[in-house]
Write a protein that binds this ligand. Structure first.
Ligand SMILES: NC(=O)CC[C@H](N)C(=O)O
Length: 623
């Protein structure tokens, strides 16, 4: 079955941009280590002893399924002991950790992989990565009614690799012929009651799993399945549950490289498993897997070039588990007072004055990435710090990918603590689950956009620090912004020429592109002004409230509405219709001229305000 290719591979074949920089790096590593000629292929069976020691491949497969390879990455070789990690996973998956732990411990033995040894006292093998534990793991995998044990094992490996892997009959026959030491282990396990009954079939199935043929690329995808918590990142199929994978990786960390495991964790720092066929997989949980292949082995039975390549990648790419803690510092994307990114609501002069004075009393904290413990701790510390000086905190979760279950109560408690101290936390979240993150009493305000959240906070600040004139629910036309620029007599003369119109919440009032439909003075309710992007996305520009006007800008844009106006709430307005305006020019040209001057001043000020808002919005990133 052909090996599945990824999009990068297909694109790289087109040659448009050439191989990725990651591939180029791996090619450089292969070339620089190719001259390392220490060690020799395993002499345990002819098929291994005859392997070409010059073959050398390195692959990185990311936990989201991107594969980068260099060197001999498509040549097949036998899996050998790397199989142990995956058979152990299958036994855990089938029987559970307790049943498996009754048959083998999880302690590093410090012995060679084929040591004839069981733990004193318990009589269990020290761990599943040495042959004694591995044979016990194989025995634990039950035949299913559909498949023999060895088919179940091979099929599980194939699901991790993303393609159908085969057992080499030649290697299997040679493992069988050379298997007396393993048979001694099998009967020792039976004598200790670890294997119950005849160990023969388990031994044959163990030989079979060692004889499964893989390529370096297959190994990397098998490792990436472990890095991706048990789900194959290319096929999306869950092969093992996350708890099983966590246990397997833990045991690989302490035992996967046999009596070189301690040195390995210091120099490479990744859970790994090697095999005398010349393969190694190393896994950075949640991020990637590295796979290497070169048949020449050191005295521990680990590939010489493979170990050097893993050390090199760990050091060059900072893969060591003690180096990957930086991600927490990137949890906080930005933090700024709301007056640096005011809402889209056009406020009257009184309201603007109050917000200018109190706008720093509310702060936005934008979070991103995964809120695991360190990310959550950083987020909590930041929210508490900003809340020290601010009464309102807007926590923007839209760029957060994951909030760990244990983080939810920590975030909820933080909100309660701030509430008890007179602070209010509101949340911006597209994911409804995230809205639960800060839940508690009083009920949490969750908004789909930051603009809506900031409007809510501004309204709260105006209610606290401004009078009713800041957030009027009703404004007479003669007190509107536009008419207040005129003499009272002119305002009254125009008021009698208006007609009342009303719209229900959600109703369209004016559409972009339609002809001028008159000057509208909002008496009650909120009106949203929006545009459609070329891709059809609706972008809200402003929210207008009582006392404000709309529709007149069409006069400056060729009599066509430049934006869509829709009722956010129920709306009533007084309208100077186009016909009324035409009659006014005939009947009282002086009043008409004074109206146009007031419009011009209002328009220029509004345009200036919009440019200033646009500059602020551009700096405060997208809405
Ligand atoms: N470390 C290894 O890869 C050893 C595998 C070999 N088939 C054995 O069982 O001894």
């Amino acid at each position: 079955m052909p090996q599945p290719s990824t999009e990068e591979e297909e694109r790289a074949e087109t040659g448009l941009f050439g191989p990725s920089a990651v591939t180029a790096y791996l090619e450089q590593v292969v070339e620089q280590l190719r001259d390392e000629r220490g060690g020799a292929p395993s002499s345990s069976i002819p098929a291994l002893a005859e392997a070409d020691p010059e073959r050398f491949g390195v692959v990185i497969a990311t936990a989201d399924g991107h594969v980068y390879e260099a060197g001999s990455t498509r040549d097949e070789f036998s899996l050998q002991s790397i199989s142990k990690a995956f058979t152990y996973a299958l036994a855990l998956h089938d029987l559970g950790a307790e049943a498996v732990h009754a048959k083998m411990d999880v302690e590093p033995s410090g012995d060679a992989y084929n040591e004839i040894s069981l733990q004193p006292g318990s009589g269990r093998p020290a761990n599943p990565m040495i042959n004694a534990g591995a044979i016990a793991s194989t025995w634990l995998v039950p035949d299913s009614d559909r498949d023999l044990r060895r088919d179940r094992i091979r099929e599980a490996y194939s699901r991790c690799a993303g393609r159908d892997l085969a057992i080499s009959p030649e290697v299997l026959a040679q493992e069988h012929d050379a298997g007396d030491r393993n048979r001694a282990l099998g009967y020792l396990l039976a004598s200790a009651g670890i294997i119950e009954g005849d160990p023969t079939q388990a031994l044959e199935d163990y030989f079979a799993q060692c004889s499964v043929l893989v390529t370096c690329r297959d190994l990397a995808l098998m490792g990436a399945t472990l890095a991706n918590a048990g789900t194959n990142p290319l096929t999306g199929e869950e092969v093992f549950d996350a708890g099983t994978v966590s246990r397997v990786l833990s045991v690989m960390s302490s035992c996967g490289m046999y009596d070189d495991a301690g040195e390995w964790m210091v120099r490479v720092g990744l859970p790994a498993k090697s095999g005398v066929g010349g393969g190694i997989i190393a896994v950075l949980p949640g991020e990637l897997a590295v796979a290497t292949f070169s048949p020449a082995l050191d005295r521990h039975g680990n590939s010489v070039r493979g170990v050097l390549a893993c050390e090199r990648l760990s050091q060059d790419l900072d893969l060591h588990f003690t180096h990957t803690a930086r991600v927490a510092r990137s949890t906080v994307r930005a933090s700024y007072p709301i007056d640096q990114s005011p809402s889209l609501v056009r406020r009257n002069a009184d309201a603007e004055a109050v917000l200018a004075e109190h706008g720093t009393d509310a702060v936005v904290v934008e979070l991103q990435g995964d809120l695991l413990f360190t990310g959550t701790e950083t987020a909590i510390r930041t929210v508490r710090d900003v809340a020290y000086d601010a009464s309102y905190v807007v926590v923007d979760l839209r760029r957060v990918d994951v909030i760990a279950d244990y983080a939810m109560p920590m975030l909820a408690r933080t909100r309660q603590e701030l509430h008890a101290a007179g602070r209010t936390v509101v949340v911006v979240a597209g994911n409804p689950d995230f809205g639960r993150s800060f839940r508690g009493d009083p009920p949490l305000e969750v908004f789909p956009s930051r603009a809506a959240a900031i409007k809510w906070v501004e309204d709260a600040l105006l209610e606290e620090h401004g009078g009713p004139e800041c957030t009027p629910s009703r404004v007479k036309p003669v007190e509107s912004e536009l008419f207040s620029r005129l003499d009272p007599a002119d305002a009254r003369a125009l008021r009698v020429r208006t007609v009342e119109r009303s719209w229900a919440a959600g109703e369209n009032i004016l559409r972009a592109g339609q002809n001028f439909a008159g000057i509208h003075l909002i008496v009650t309710g909120d009106v949203s002004m929006s545009l459609r992007t070329p891709s059809g996305e609706r972008v809200e520009l402003q929210v207008l409230g009582p006392g404000m006007s709309f529709g007149e800008l069409a006069l400056g844009t060729g009599d066509k509405q430049h934006a869509t106006l829709s009722a956010v709430t129920d709306v009533t307005a007084r309208v100077l219709s186009p016909q009324t305006l035409a009659e006014l020019e005939q009947e009282d040209p002086g009043l008409g001229l004074r109206l146009w001057k007031a419009l011009a001043r209002d328009g220029f000020e509004r345009a200036d305000q919009q440019w200033r808002d646009a500059a602020v919005h551009a700096s405060a990133s997208d809405w």
